[in-house]
Every structure is written in structure tokens, then in C-alpha cells.
Design a binder for this molecule. Structure first.
Ligand code: FES
Ligand code: FES
Length: 174
């Protein structure tokens, strides 16, 4: 099937087997290997990308479903130099092997926009007032992104630094 969509602001036209996932299309057909394949089953978040500004697991979505969409991968977040989140991950040692990192950063990018838009989460006590990105909120909202190296203290500190409304917390292991 023919597919035409934008990846990191550049138009891509592909001819794909309809069974190809968005993740495989990005990695094997567009040549962007930043998005990682961890589980290929929607359980680890390593493949997280932004589609029209919203985070999704690219391994759970067929590429041909994205005709006309705007896809942003971790490479696209660095088009004008490292994003604030990317720089904060480096500053706070938010990675060890780095395999989960592209998904963490894409997910956090969209998560901060969800907070700014006032979307409540499973742990939000008040569904009507402004979301306060407490550590509980942050952990819940990032719970779809696993890190087998257990770099959560650094990851949370990096995200907390960028989301200035997050109260600074001591970096202790989970
Ligand atoms: S590779 Fe997509 S969620 Fe794990
Ligand atoms: S840094 Fe290794 S899995 Fe997260």
C-alpha cells in the first residue's frame, strides 16, 4: 500500500506491506533508528513517538494508518539542537544503556503538554483544577516507559527540571 506522511517535517512516500508497523516503517524504511524496539507488544514504551503531537507506541500501530500524519521521532526533537529535555537527561544522568531513552524523551515531551492542557491522570485527586505535576503524577504519567537500568531517579529529575512547576526532590532510588 502507498503511504505518504511527514516524519520530522519531511515528506515521506513509502510503498509498504499493510502489516508493517509504524515502528518498523520508521526504522527500516525511513532509516531513523532512534525509536527502539524493546518488547514489540506495547509494554515497554521504547518505541514511543509523537503522532500529530500525541504520544503513541509505534509498535502497536500499523504504518498505513498514518496517511497524512505528522510523526516526530527523537531525532526530530533535536532538529534545532538538543531539546530542553534531551539536555536535562544528560545533565541528570537519566540513562545508562540508553535503550529506553528515546521513548522516555518522546513520552515526556508529550506528557508535559498533556499536563499543560490540564489532562488528569489516574492519580489526579481533583479533575477540575489545574494539574500539579507532583512526583506521584510524574511517575504515573511516565509509567508506560520502562527502564531496565532503573534510571528513574535521573529520568524524573530531568523531567522535573524542565517542568518547572515540579517541586524539586532529592534524587533517591525508587
Ligand atoms: S517496543 Fe513498543 S512498547 Fe515496547
Ligand atoms: S537506560 Fe537502559 S533501559 Fe533505560
Amino acid at each position: 500500500m502507498k503511504l505518504s506522511f511527514a516524519v520530522n517535517g519531511r515528506k515521506q512516500s513509502l510503498d509498504l506491506d499493510p502489516r508493517v508497523t509504524l515502528l518498523d516503517a520508521l526504522r527500516d524504511h525511513v532509516g531513523l533508528s532512534g525509536s527502539k524496539k524493546g518488547c514489540d507488544h506495547g509494554q515497554c514504551g521504547a518505541c514511543t513517538v509523537l503522532v500529530n503531537g500525541r504520544r503513541i507506541n509505534a509498535c502497536l500501530s500499523l504504518a498505513v494508518m498514518h496517511e497524512g500524519d505528522e510523526v516526530t521521532t527523537v531525532e526530530g526533537l533535536a532538529r534545532d539542537g538538543p531539546s530542553a529535555l534531551q539536555a536535562a537527561f544528560v545533565e541528570h544522568d537519566g540513562m545508562q544503556c540508553g535503550y529506553c531513552t528515546p521513548g522516555q524523551i518522546c513520552s515526556a515531551t508529550a506528557m508535559l503538554e498533556e499536563v499543560a492542557a490540564g489532562w488528569p491522570s489516574h492519580v489526579s485527586a481533583d479533575l477540575t483544577s489545574k494539574v500539579e505535576l507532583t512526583q506521584d503524577e510524574l511517575r504515573e504519567r511516565m509509567s508506560g516507559n520502562l527502564c531496565r537500568c532503573s534510571c528513574y531517579p535521573g529520568i524524573n529529575a530531568a523531567i522535573g527540571q524542565v517542568a518547572t512547576e515540579v517541586p524539586a526532590e532529592e534524587e533517591t532510588a525508587d
